[in-house]
Design a protein around this ligand. Structure first.
Ligand code: FES
Ligand code: FES
Length: 161
């Protein structure tokens, strides 16, 4: 089947098998390997991307279901002025170790902060509850998301002055 998806603002058309998963379209067909494939059970969340602005596990979505829709992957986080604040905060707060879970964490955290600029720890933990980190532990990840939220609030206040 021929499908057309918009990924990180770029329109891509591919002829795909109906059974192809979105995670494999992204990684194997479009070579966007920032999205990770970490399990066969829809548990790990390393494959999280945005579909029409909402985080989804891309291993649970068929590529054909994304036909005509917008996808944002971790490669689309960086903007014209450099890394997104959430990426900067993960680095500054050591929110990663091996980095395998990080793409999913970043996409979910970005989604949360776009909606809740000053989240509680509970809201952060709930937002990332679909992601599994097997090595860092969650303390620094939560700290990184809090750090990004504070930095963005500071920047917004400075801009408002
Ligand atoms: S690859 Fe593990 S939830 Fe998608
Ligand atoms: S940083 Fe290694 S799994 Fe999360």
């Amino acid at each position: 089947m021929e499908i057309t998806v918009t990924v990180n603002g770029r329109t891509r058309t591919r002829d795909v098998e109906p059974r192809l998963l979105l995670v494999h379209l992204l990684r194997d067909e479009l070579r966007l390997t920032g999205t990770h494939w970490g399990c066969d059970t829809s548990n790990c969340g390393a494959c999280a991307v945005w579909l029409d602005g909402v985080p989804v596990k891309s291993c649970t979505v068929l590529a054909v279901m994304a036909d005509g829709h917008e996808i944002r992957t971790v490669e689309g986080l960086e903007g014209p002025h450099g890394l997104d604040q959430i990426q900067i905060s993960f680095v500054q707060c050591h929110g990663l170790q091996c980095g395998f879970c990080t793409p999913g964490m970043l996409m979910t955290a970005r989604w949360l902060l776009d909606r809740v600029p000053d989240p509680t720890d509970e809201q952060i933990r709930e937002a990332i509850s679909g992601q599994t980190c097997r090595c860092t532990g969650y303390e620094n990840i939560v700290r990184a998301i809090r750090h990004a939220a504070a930095a963005e609030r500071d920047a917004a206040e400075r801009g408002a002055r």
